[in-house]
Structures are given as structure tokens and as C-alpha cells.
Design a binder for this molecule. Structure first.
Ligand SMILES: Cc1cc2nc3c(=O)[nH]c(=O)nc-3n(C[C@H](O)[C@H](O)[C@H](O)COP(=O)(O)O)c2cc1C
Length: 338
């Protein structure tokens, strides 16, 4: 069984291959601070045996939040709360990463205005974003850099740059939302420029021995948008600056697409093979058989369980128990296994 085997990437050693993917809890306050809820929520999953916990989308600037109740990392005042969250999770043997995010045109907070590569709104319920100037783009690159430095100061083991789900970076990557005619739009190289600049800036402050993850949507599910093959080219443009790709799909535009168990695994498999880079597979993966199939067939290196971990913080403990897998249960819970 591979699910519960160790995995090392850079200096980060995970005790197993199960990841909690970032999931917004919309439970902060207007200032984006960590609350008791966050500590209890993430620490429960650490006690529950998850190998790597990735903290939800955390705004690098206020109008980069998805909602007014997202976590924030835009000021040094955020470090203290994040640090106590990190310490709490680490005390129970999980590694912890944070997803650095900018919501772009999908920001719904009460900030004065919202921004995007081009002034196209997501839907009628959303505001029309203001097109970013080149100077503002440079400013946002710095915001990601500053956020990475704060994440380092808070003690995170890894960072994940949110390049998926129709948020700002994805909006730059896809021709459907990026209609710019300057050096940030047009060719694939130009559309990837913002992401590349962010990664380069982050690398200036993020320690070399800690991994940088990139979350992508490898399919826009629409003609003219990103598909698997295009995403392979994008990853190849930035591969030297990242250590692992967390492969999701969708979110750029409102379209219905087929959702079935493991609906995004083939995307992970293609990126892993074609870009020769470690990946995390995610999306309706809930059974040990599925996890083993993915890992043994080299379709991903790690497997993320999202909603399954919302339903059951002890997903890993219960999976081990049901299948009689050898696992170190938390000392306090040993009587639950034997
Ligand atoms: C409540 C909720 C919040 C989410 N928030 C985020 C987020 O902050 N960042 C992100 O990249 N994905 C987010 N996602 C997507 C999940 O990380 C995951 O990719 C998705 O739920 C599919 O995996 P699952 O079928 O195992 O739940 C969220 C999903 C849910 C259910």
C-alpha cells in the first residue's frame, strides 16, 4: 500500500501521501486574521493523520480576497496568528503549506474596486473589474513576494501559488479572460509572464530547501481556453521555478462540465508525464482503491481529499482502520485502532 508511505520533496518529509487541499472557510473577519475556528479546523485534520495540510486561499492584498471573510496575509500583523496556526498543526505531525491567492475579477469583498487583466466581468452578479496597469502588475508581483516572506516568518513548510479556478493568475493565463495587447497578453509566453514574475519574486525570499507548489486549472472546458496540452506548455515555461503542480480544472467561466470520481486525474497524469514534474491529484477521490491506483500507476505523487476531509477529519485514521493498514495512531486514540 502506497497511500501511507513517506514522501520527500526538497527538505519537506511527509509521513504519508494524503493532502488536505486548500478550502476556503470564510470564517475570518474583515481584517483577515486567524480565528479559533481555523486552529481547531486545521489541527483536527492534523490529529486525523493528514500528511500535508494546505491552508485555504489567503489574500495577498485586501481586494484580492474572494470574500470579506477570507484569511489575509497582506500585512505583518497577520504573521502572529498564522504562526500559532502553524505551530498547532505541526505539533500533531502534519506538514503545513499556505495558498497565496488573488481573486482578480472574482473578488466579492467590499473593497472599492476589483482588478483583472482585462475589464471583463465573471457574470452579471459580479462587478466589472478595472484593467490592471503595468505598474499595478509590478505592485502585485511584490505583494506575492511580501506574502511569501510572511509565510516563511510564520513557519510554513511550503507555499502554494493559486493559479487556478478563474482567479487572477488564471485570468492572465487564459486567452478567454486575457485580451491585453501589451507584454502580458497575446502569446502563451506573454500570458505566462505575470506568473513567471511572481515565481521569480517569491524565490528571492522563499528558502531554497522548502518546496513551492503551483495550483492550476488544466482545463477551461471551453473552446479557445486552456486545455491539458496548453497547460503542459505553460508548466514547461515555469517548471524551473516550481517543485510540484497541484492539478485542478475549471472555474474560469460558468460552464457545466463532467464531474465523476477522479475527473481530474488524467490532467495530473498528463502534466506529470509530459512536464516530468511531481503532481498532486484531486477531485472526487474518496476510496483507498482509487488512491492506490493513482499512486501505483504514477498518475500523481500525492492525492488530495477535499470534501471527504470536511465530512470526516479522521479520514486517514478511518481509512487505515477499515483496511487494517499499519499506521501510527495518535497516542491518545490508540485504543480506537486495537
Ligand atoms: C468549501 C470549499 C472551499 C474551497 N476553497 C478552495 C480554495 O481556497 N482554494 C482552492 O484552490 N480550491 C478550493 N476548493 C477546491 C478544493 O481544493 C478541491 O480541489 C475540490 O473540492 C475537489 O476535491 P474534492 O472532490 O476532494 O472535494 C474548495 C472546495 C470546497 C469544497
Amino acid at each position: 500500500m502506497k497511500a501511507l508511505t513517506e514522501y520527500k520533496i526538497k527538505n519537506m518529509v511527509l509521513k504519508n501521501r494524503i493532502v488536505m487541499p486548500p478550502m476556503c472557510m470564510y470564517s475570518s473577519d474583515e481584517r483577515g486574521f486567524v480565528k479559533d475556528f481555523h486552529k481547531i479546523h486545521y489541527t483536527s485534520r492534523a490529529i486525523g493523520g493528514v500528511g500535508l495540510i494546505i491552508v485555504e486561499a489567503t489574500g495577498v492584498v485586501p481586494n484580492g480576497r474572494i470574500t470579506s471573510r477570507d484569511l489575509g496575509i497582506w500585512s505583518d500583523d497577520h504573521i502572529e496568528g498564522l504562526k500559532s496556526l502553524v505551530e498547532s498543526v505541526k505539533a500533531y505531525g502534519s506538514k503545513i503549506a499556505i495558498q497565496l491567492a488573488h481573486a482578480g475579477r472574482k473578488c466579492t469583498s467590499n473593497d472599492e474596486y476589483i482588478v483583472a487583466p482585462s475589464p471583463l466581468r465573471f457574470s452579471e452578479e459580479y462587478r466589472v473589474p478595472r484593467e490592471l496597469t503595468v505598474e499595478e502588475i509590478k505592485g502585485l508581483v511584490k505583494s506575492f513576494r511580501d506574502a511569501a516572506l510572511r509565510a516563511y516568518k510564520a513557519g510554513f513548510d511550503a507555499i502554494e501559488i493559486h493559479g487556478a479556478h478563474g482567479y487572477l493568475i488564471h485570468e492572465f493565463l487564459s486567452p478567454l479572460t486575457n485580451k491585453r495587447t501589451d507584454e502580458y497578453g497575446g502569446s502563451l509566453e506573454n500570458r505566462t509572464r505575470f506568473l513567471k514574475e511572481i515565481l521569480l519574486a517569491v524565490k528571492e525570499v522563499w528558502p531554497k530547501d522548502k518546496p513551492i507548489l503551483l495550483r492550476v486549472s488544466a482545463d477551461d472546458y471551453m473552446e479557445g481556453g486552456i486545455n491539458k496540452e496548453e497547460m503542459v506548455k505553460i508548466i514547461n515555461e515555469v517548471k524551473e521555478y516550481i517543485d510540484m503542480v497541484h492539478v485542478s480544472t475549471g472555474g474560469l467561466i460558468s460552464v457545466r462540465f463532467p464531474i465523476f470520481p477522479g475527473y481530474q486525474i488524467s490532467h495530473s497524469e498528463t502534466i506529470k508525464r509530459e512536464c516530468n514534474i511531481p503532481t498532486i491529484a484531486v477531485g472526487l477521490i474518496n476510496e483507498l482503491d482509487q488512491i492506490e491506483e493513482i499512486l501505483y500507476n504514477n498518475r500523481a505523487d500525492l492525492v488530495a481529499i477535499g470534501r471527504g476531509l470536511l465530512r470526516d477529519p479522521h479520514f486517514v485514521l478511518n481509512m487505515a482502520y477499515k483496511n487494517r493498514l499499519k499506521m501510527k495512531y495518535p497516542t491518545q486514540y490508540e485504543r480506537g485502532y486495537y
